[in-house]
Ligand binder design. Structure first.
Ligand code: HEM
Length: 543
């Protein structure tokens, strides 16, 4: 026998050699098992081993969460596909506590202290591949949103930062004024007919037209036509469920999803919608390019011209060309309207559901008009931010319903980190969702689930501010934040001084769809012109 040649006890190597030999003999003597038996057996064995590993030996094995989430990402994929992930997450944290395992290698964290650790500038945490399905494949550099390389992201963002700065947006304030006037005019027509409107639609048309004015010096025509101009909104509505589901899939599965999905009409339409948005943004850039080419004067001071200025002044040095200009425009098409519209709609919806807050805010606005503090016909941003109750209502609306409704996932950096009192090893996926952390009772009080603007006048308001996360944090904070804040602060007093707004069906809640952007719909509203309701009393100083 093979083994008897050795005087010493057999080693593992010898045993395994022998076993291998015997296995070969056995295998060659027995007829091969049929494939239909072998494959399922292998699959079952694989799954059993995987389940034991993820539940017992994985570094996240000790964290609670739904059983299926701990063994497969399919749980998260299906949850995101349902469009209400923030609601599921709230229930999970209520059941399992501040750290919940939402996928075999990922946890959602509800502890507000985690924000500083994960999202502060230079925290070392990096974006995960979650963001890649949003990436435009035609760029030379990844866009700011999907860039996973922190150093390159900082360099590229610095090039365009000035165009998005509040000082630049304020210089373009007239563009927002034009849209505000158009919105009031159009809603006055609706009020005159007594028609109920879906305020969520109007606000999104408004937000899209503001992007048109700010970037290209012309509204797209959403409000003018009272419709989804060019089908951009429909395109986004088709695209976002598809993209957000792809975001939570493992990378290898995304390709399968894309290829096989192209045969499913809905997914095919979503892919076409992406092309549609790309063509629309390209057309806007091409139009300006032809103006430049015609050698005629281009007296534009809009954001698009700001990007072209960068291209002319520092294009070569910074490697910033027309493709990069297109990338900024494309980003605004994707991120510029759903986000701002969700914020404005949330503030108005919660005000209409809270008559005492609504009355207090209109009183503040009316008094500011009477005292001559607010200008007319359009309210200026620097005036609006001086209205303290308005500021409280804006924060409260964005706190209860942040426009981005999923966790912002990050990789734990080299060496691991302690988050929420727990150790996480390098590479683990962790994330915080603004929709969860902004309702934390320890920070915002026992009434955190309610719309209470008064909380922003309490002693701990400065502390609460530190835990507001609706625009993200650190180096990855939203670059469009100033655009949105300027819009929000200006349009709200403009609307409330012009109209009395009431929910058409006060007992019915709005509907929201959370596909990264948490989009509100069905905010059916009755409008009445305040001048008709109350006479001209509050506007008398203007006469
Ligand atoms: C109320 C309005 C808005 C909200 C609540 C919002 C929210 C956010 C959030 C939470 C992030 C961080 C994402 C992350 O870290 O994973 C972000 C990033 C970003 N947002 Fe916004 N956004 C708004 C408006 C806009 C607008 C108007 C634009 C452009 C016109 C824009 C463009 C971007 C871009 C390019 C990034 C990536 C920034 C970076 O990583 O450097 N957003 N936004």
């Amino acid at each position: 026998m093979y083994l008897t040649l050795y005087p010493n006890p057999p080693t593992w190597r010898v045993l395994s050699q022998q076993f291998t030999k015997m296995s070969w003999v056995t295998l060659s003597l027995t007829p091969p098992a049929p494939l239909p038996v072998v494959l399922p057996s292998l699959a079952i064995t694989y799954w059993l081993v995987w389940i034991v590993y993820t539940r017992r030996f994985h570094p996240l094995a000790n964290y609670p969460g739904p059983f299926f989430a701990s063994i497969t990402r399919w749980w998260l994929i299906l949850d995101v596909a349902r469009g209400s992930a923030e609601k599921t997450q709230r229930q999970l944290h209520a059941t399992f506590g501040p750290i919940v395992r939402i996928a075999p290698n990922e946890v959602a964290i509800a502890d507000p202290e985690a924000l500083k650790v994960i999202y502060a500038a230079h925290s070392g945490f990096t974006k995960t591949d979650f963001y890649l399905p949003f990436r435009a494949t035609w760029g030379r550099y990844p866009d700011a949103f999907t860039n996973l390389n922190e150093r390159q992201h900082a360099e590229r963002r610095r090039i365009v930062n000035r165009v998005y700065s509040m000082s630049n947006i304020i210089q373009l304030e007239e563009s927002i004024d034009k849209c505000n006037e158009m919105l009031v005019e159009k809603l006055s027509e609706c009020a005159a007919t007594g028609r109920t409107v879906d305020l969520a639609d109007w606000v999104q048309w408004y937000a899209f037209d503001v992007i048109g004015e700010l970037f290209f010096s012309r509204m797209f025509g959403f409000m003018q036509g009272a419709h989804d101009h060019g089908g951009y909104i429909r395109s986004l509505d088709l695209l976002l469920p598809f993209i957000s589901v792809a975001c939570v899939m493992p990378t290898y599965m995304r390709w399968l999803f894309l290829v096989s999905g192209a045969m499913i009409p809905r997914v095919f339409r979503a892919l076409k919608a992406l092309q549609h948005i790309k063509k629309a943004s390209d057309a806007c850039v091409a139009e300006r390019r032809s103006l430049h080419g015609s050698n005629g004067p281009v007296e534009r001071t809009d954001m698009l011209e700001g990007f072209f200025d960068i291209m002319r002044d520092k294009g070569e040095k910074k490697d910033f060309g027309e493709i990069e200009v297109k990338m900024e425009v494309y980003g605004a098409f994707i991120a510029g309207s759903d986000t701002t519209a969700a914020a404005i709609t949330s503030i108005l919806y919660h005000l209409m559901r809270t008559p005492s807050a609504y009355a207090k805010l209109t009183t503040e606005i009316d008094e500011a008009i009477r005292s001559g503090y607010l200008s007319s016909p359009t309210i200026q941003y620097h005036e609006a931010i001086g209205l303290s109750y308005l500021g409280a209502c804006c924060k409260e609306g964005m706190r209860l319903h942040p426009s981005v409704g999923l966790t912002l996932p990050r990789h734990v950096p080299q060496g691991g980190r302690v988050i929420a009192g727990e150790w996480f090893s390098e590479g683990t996926r962790v994330g915080v969702n603004a929709a969860i952390v902004q309702r934390d009772k320890k920070v915002f009080g026992e009434d955190a689930d309610e719309f209470v603007p008064e909380r922003w006048f309490r002693k701990d308001a400065v502390r609460m501010e530190r835990y507001m996360f609706q625009f993200g944090g650190g180096a990855r904070t939203c670059i469009g934040k100033n655009i949105s804040l300027c819009e929000i602060y200006k349009v709200l007093p403009q609307l409330l001084r012009s109209f009395h707004l009431e929910l058409a069906e006060p007992d019915k809640e709005w509907e929201t769809y959370n596909y990264w952007f948490n989009k509100p719909t069905k905010v059916y509203t009755k409008l009445q012109c305040r001048e008709k309701l109350f006479g001209y009393a509050i506007f008398e100083h203007l006469n």
